[in-house]
Design a protein around this ligand. Structure first.
Ligand code: ADP
Ligand code: MG
Length: 345
């Protein structure tokens, strides 16, 4: 049987399952075992509810996933998200607890651990920025989660603040694997249109066919910059504008700093804005030399020279004062989430 038509998994509760996709309904738990409480999020691909598992008496998050049938009739992207989430277990990756089906194949729900905040709504609801100690605490957890994913050859491909969740204990969880892929070594071409524009790496903007785990590291750099500035670092309106914002901060790339740069196909009929300076130290004036180094390392134009998650974790920035705070010291606003959910209804 073709791989994409079978679902293999072990549920959190230890049950090992391998189901031909057509047989999914009826073999898993029913959505009626859950009470939907509030709507907590609605992104591109699904609606997320806070819900109560009536059987286990636990609060969980339920995401209804898109199960549009593709080419050969199998809902590939939905299955891919389920597969990838089922294959990883790490403190900094959201835990999938179960897969639950509605009456038809069109409604499949992921049951996940519930996290009180996402970083986007937390940033929206905070008057002031995170402290540097808090920012380090967030980034270390992000890099640990990424280190685990990348070691397992998973590229997330859509890292941004709304896809990072925080529990009430200050634990960060990477979520939303709707665009994630397994990558191979050597890297194979993938569909280019990934990663929300503001977090998109220059090699994607310049249409390089090869995508590696380095695209997640660029996005992590954008997240670090956003935490520092308390606003998006590169809020481009179009792909060209996005490249211009990047060049304004980092200077125009060239063959010395990016091996193979001038061979990128798009540069045959398009030339980039000229700006010779790296302005990191002018924008992040208050940041220590080690902090500026880690930003520059995450923003290497050449994806092969960009920091890996492991290298980022080893940065002296995380070892100097102010030291990362303990996760318990992260701010939380337990109320705003629920209120926001009610507003949407
Ligand atoms: P989409 O593909 O639609 O963006 P996400 O998985 O990112 O789906 O979920 C959308 C939003 O729902 C998130 O930004 C977050 O606010 C909320 N959310 C997702 N998963 C959880 C969870 N496990 N616990 C709490 N909230 C969640
Ligand atoms: Mg999302």
């Amino acid at each position: 049987m073709e791989e994409d038509k079978v679902l293999h998994f072990t549920t959190f509760y230890g049950q090992s399952v391998e189901i031909p996709f057509e047989q999914l309904p009826g073999q898993s738990r029913s959505i009626h075992e859950f009470d939907k409480l509030d709507r907590v999020g609605e992104g591109t691909y699904g609606i997320v509810y806070r819900a109560k598992d009536k059987v286990k008496n636990e609060i969980v998050a339920i995401k209804k996933i898109r199960m549009e049938r593709e080419k050969d009739g199998a809902p590939i992207s939905g299955i891919r998200e389920i597969r990838i989430l089922m294959s990883v277990r790490h403190e900094n990756v959201v835990q999938l607890l179960d897969v639950v089906v509605g009456r038809s194949l069109e409604s499949i729900f992921l049951v996940m651990e519930y996290c009180e905040q996402d970083l986007a709504s937390l940033l929206d609801n905070m008057q002031s920025s995170f402290s540097e100690a808090q920012i380090k605490c967030i980034m270390i957890q992000l890099f640990r989660g990424l280190q685990h994913l990348h070691k397992s050859f998973i590229v997330h491909r859509d890292l941004k603040v709304s896809n990072l969740l925080l529990t009430d204990k200050g634990c960060l969880k990477i979520a939303d694997f709707g665009l994630a892929r397994r990558c191979s070594v050597p890297a194979q071409p993938m569909t280019p249109q990934v990663v929300t524009l503001w977090y998109r790496a220059p090699e994607l903007l310049l249409q390089s066919k090869i995508q590696t785990t380095a695209i997640d590291m660029w996005a992590a750099g954008c997240i670090l910059g956003e935490l520092f500035l308390h606003k998006p670092l590169f809020p481009g309106r179009t792909e060209i504008h996005q490249l211009e914002l990047i060049i304004d901060l980092l200077g125009t790339p060239n063959d010395q700093i990016w091996d193979g740069f001038s061979d990128l196909p798009i540069l045959k009929n398009f030339s980039l804005k000229r700006q010779p300076y790296n302005n990191i130290k002018h924008v992040f004036t208050w940041l220590s030399a080690a902090g500026q180094r880690v930003l520059n390392f995450l923003f290497m134009y050449d994806p092969t020279r960009r920091a890996t998650a492991e290298e980022a974790l080893q940065s002296s920035y995380f070892k100097e004062n102010p030291l990362p705070c303990e996760p318990e010291m992260m701010p939380s606003f337990p109320q705003h989430r629920i209120r926001r959910g009610k507003d949407i209804k």
